[in-house]
Design a protein around this ligand. Structure first.
Ligand code: C2O
Ligand code: CU
Ligand code: CU
Length: 538
């Protein structure tokens, strides 16, 4: 056993002995652990894994253990654990922080009470536990989970902390979509490795030595992380544009040839990159059949020549591999698009020096190899799950959408000029339980500094509908390189807002009062302040 690993075990043992448990006494209607349908322990810990040939890579990861429930509820075959639950199930998850700094888990896309949502104010120190207990209320869909400590989210996700939370329900089951090995999640991430196969992140060594340790590694550390988190000039620049890696990982590994049978598959694509937006297409220009977005199935499949997928967005494809001849190797690619940072801008020249794969550049994502004989599989349903059109006229502010400008000032991103404030929500950010509102995200103020770039706006605790997009004339040309790939018809929790664009979304605040986040999911933008709270009041 290597010394690093032995240390880890010793620390875990100590942590269990003197553990502080945070989280509500119990949230499943006063029930205890034995009445949860699924009980999982997730410890966030240091590890070393073989990602590339040669030395192992030091990572931070979730190690998952199923303590109760059907074995199918947990798949640990990938670096990222996959939790599979059914709508209506009561889930209990115990997070154990075996990292050298504070952390907390957020369930991205899930509709849960505020103290179950993983807000950074609930971050736990090393050695502490957080107990999650909630009922799965979401429709069937591809949700995910990741850390959310303020100022450190980008670093922790980059180091390897992420997992999938796949929800099924009866409507979905009735469609008999491809399942088992034919239901394939593909988690796409970009990373930079040094010559020793170690992850490179601005601000220094990753996943190696404890960051700060002691008090600084704990609650205090998380509060202050935003200040020194990125470090140095390179860090400052990376915070502004985001971190982009030149090695593309799919399910935690680079360049694997994925063998598939000649039949229909359900591919669940996750953009789990810190800041990179993807423009996904087949190498031979076969159209993509999209069956689901962030919040589950669309009402009917839609065809796209390419699909835009911003950080944290998901899309599910129906792919019939029998359309390719035996032995063929279709490649899922990301195609080039215009990120809106015009040539000659101040930012362009400042960023010219780095040699990583730029945002908006083309690259292969994942190559498949089609098996020998066609195998009978299901045909794509023409209708999926019925969905009513958004009732935007019923929004309380239908006549006057709330405006959220995505802003840059003093080398920091913000929203309406404000950075993150742990416990604050403004009047604009206060909403009433049981109502619907229209919010408009405007990505045009950065233009003043020649600093326009796409943003990926995410709202916690709910699924929304995209009801309108408009783009300013000066950005129309760049927008033409992405607009045919937007999939806005379904339920969304994250939406791409291109330079010069205004996107209106319809939100409904249901079931839970409290303080929830909304932010840019380009994690370096989020970490330096492009994040705010909204408060749902009774
Ligand atoms: Cu996946 Cu607050 O985010
Ligand atoms: Cu989220
Ligand atoms: Cu952003």
């Amino acid at each position: 056993m290597n010394p690093h690993r032995r240390n880890l075990l010793l620390r875990s043992a100590a942590a269990v002995a003197a553990t502080a448990v945070r989280g509500p006494a119990f949230a499943i209607g006063g029930a205890d652990a034995t009445s949860a349908d699924v009980h999982i322990e997730l410890s966030a810990e240091l590890d070393e894994v073989a990602i590339r040939p040669g030395a192992e890579t030091r990572v931070w990861r979730y190690r998952a253990k199923l303590l109760a429930g059907a074995p199918a509820a947990l798949d640990t075959s990938m670096l990222a654990p996959i939790i599979r639950v059914h709508r209506g199930q009561r889930v209990r998850i115990d997070l154990i922080n075996d990292l050298p700094e504070s952390t907390i888990i957020h369930w991205h896309g899930l509709h849960v009470p505020e103290d179950m949502d993983g807000h950074p104010r609930f971050a736990i120190a090393p050695g502490e536990r957080y107990r999650y207990a909630f009922t799965v209320r979401n429709r069937a869909g591809s949700y995910w989970f990741h850390p959310h400590p303020h100022g450190r989210t980008g670093r922790q996700v980059y180091a390897g902390l992420a997992g999938l939370f796949l929800v099924s329900d009866d409507d979905e089951a009735a469609l008999a979509l491809p399942s088992g090995a034919f239901d394939m999640p593909l988690v796409i991430q970009d990373r930079n490795f040094d010559q020793d196969n170690q992850l490179v992140y601005p601000g220094g060594a990753l996943a190696a030595a404890p960051q700060g340790g002691g008090m600084m590694g704990g609650r205090m550390g998380s509060m202050m992380g935003g200040m020194g988190g990125m470090g140095g000039m390179g860090g400052g620049m990376a915070s502004m544009k985001g971190v982009f890696g030149d090695t593309i990982l799919v399910n935690g590994v680079p360049n694997v040839l994925r063998p598939v049978e000649r039949r229909a598959y359900r591919l669940r694509l996750f953009n789990a990159c810190n800041s990179r937006t993807l423009k996904l297409a087949w190498s031979d220009n076969t159209a993509l059949q999209v069956i689901a977005s962030d919040g589950g199935l669309l009402d009917a499949p839609v065809r796209r020549d390419y699909v835009m997928l911003a950080p944290a967005e998901r899309v599910e494809l129906w792919v019939d591999f029998s359309r390719w001849p035996a032995g063929a190797g279709p490649v899922l690619e990301s195609h080039a698009f215009d990120t809106g940072m015009g040539t000659g801008s101040m930012m362009r020249s400042m960023m010219g020096g780095d040699n990583t794969l730029a945002n908006g550049a083309a690259f292969p994502v994942c190559q498949f190899k089609v098996g020998p004989a066609a195998v009978a599989g299901p045909a794509m349903p023409q209708r999926l799950t019925p969905m009513a059109p958004p009732q935007d006229r019923l929004a309380v502010n239908a006549a006057r959408p709330k405006v959220f400008e995505l802003t840059m000032g003093m080398m920091r991103w913000g929203i309406n000029g404000l950075g993150f404030d742990m416990l604050a929500a403004s009047e604009l950010e206060t909403v009433k339980l049981g109502t619907q509102e229209i919010w408009e995200f405007r990505n045009d103020s950065g233009a003043m500094m020649g600093m326009t770039m796409p943003h990926s706006m995410h709202i916690h605790g709910l699924q929304f509908r995209v009801i309108q997009r408009s783009v300013s004339g000066s950005h129309a040309r760049g927008y033409d390189t992405v607009k045919a790939g937007l999939v806005d018809g379904g339920w969304k929790d994250t939406v791409l807002v291109m330079p010069g664009e205004r996107v209106r979304v319809l939100l409904r605040f249901e079931d839970f009062t409290g303080l929830f986040l909304y932010h840019c999911h380009m994690l370096e933008h989020e970490d330096i302040g492009m994040m705010r709270n909204y408060r749902v009041v009774a």
